[in-house]
Design a protein around this ligand. Structure first.
Ligand code: 5GP
Length: 192
């Protein structure tokens, strides 16, 4: 069947504030929906131990990133904690026209930009039960200094203001409950 006759894949925009557990929920989603494609972003940040180029991210320089912006190669891009992140446009568009569902795990500003450009996308915002609880989780994780934690909490408060723009808001209080909720959303959306 040619791509023109195929049903287009769905674009899923999946976001939430730092420390809310969206990466953990994502691992369950990819297991539940093995045919769902995770869009590999480009970033200027350094790889963390275990991260591979082309698998977790395309790790590129600021010059390369800026060249991609000039050539209009991003579906969206944003700066987060002094690094640039962007969704390569062509890979995503090709998959969607092949009928493949694609999920973008991106930060809130990028997510909100995608919603305004592609209002038909399925948008999901993962929320913490409260800012206080988010603070407790970030402190327990112990990977950031207090000053950084306070900055992230202030940023989270700002980001949460965009949650109503998303079609679905899921509170990650108990992980299993949040995972089930997101899985049900996607089953429903994929069956339509
Ligand atoms: P990290 O550096 O921890 O992997 O990611 C930092 C933040 O950037 C996370 O919220 C992640 O979802 C977001 N992010 C990853 N890729 C992209 C992207 O292509 N575009 C945008 N806007 N955010 C991204």
């Amino acid at each position: 069947m040619s791509n023109e006759n195929k049903k287009r894949g769905k674009l899923i925009v999946y976001t939430g504030c730092s420390g809310v557990g969206k990466g953990t929920i994502m691992e369950y989603l990819l297991k539940e929906f093995p045919e769902l494609q995770f869009s590999v972003s480009a970033t200027t940040r350094d790889p963390r131990p275990g991260e591979e180029h082309g698998v977790h991210y395309f790790f590129i320089t600021h010059d390369e990133f800026n060249r991609m912006i000039e050539n209009d190669e991003f579906l969206e891009h944003a700066v987060y904690c002094e690094n640039q992140y962007g969704t390569p446009r062509k890979i995503v568009e090709d998959k969607l026209s092949e009928g493949i569902n694609v999920i973008l795990e991106i930060e809130v500003v990028g997510g909100t930009n995608v919603i305004s450009r592609f209002p038909e996308c399925v948008s999901i915002f993962i929320l913490p039960p409260s800012i206080e609880e988010l603070g407790r989780r970030l402190r327990k994780r112990g990977t950031e200094e207090e000053e950084v934690i306070l900055k992230r909490l202030a940023q989270a408060e700002e980001e949460i203001k965009s949650a109503p723009l998303y079609k679905y808001q899921v509170i990650n209080d108990k992980l299993e409950v949040a995972v089930d909720e997101v899985i049900s959303i996607l089953h429903k959306e994929f069956s339509e």
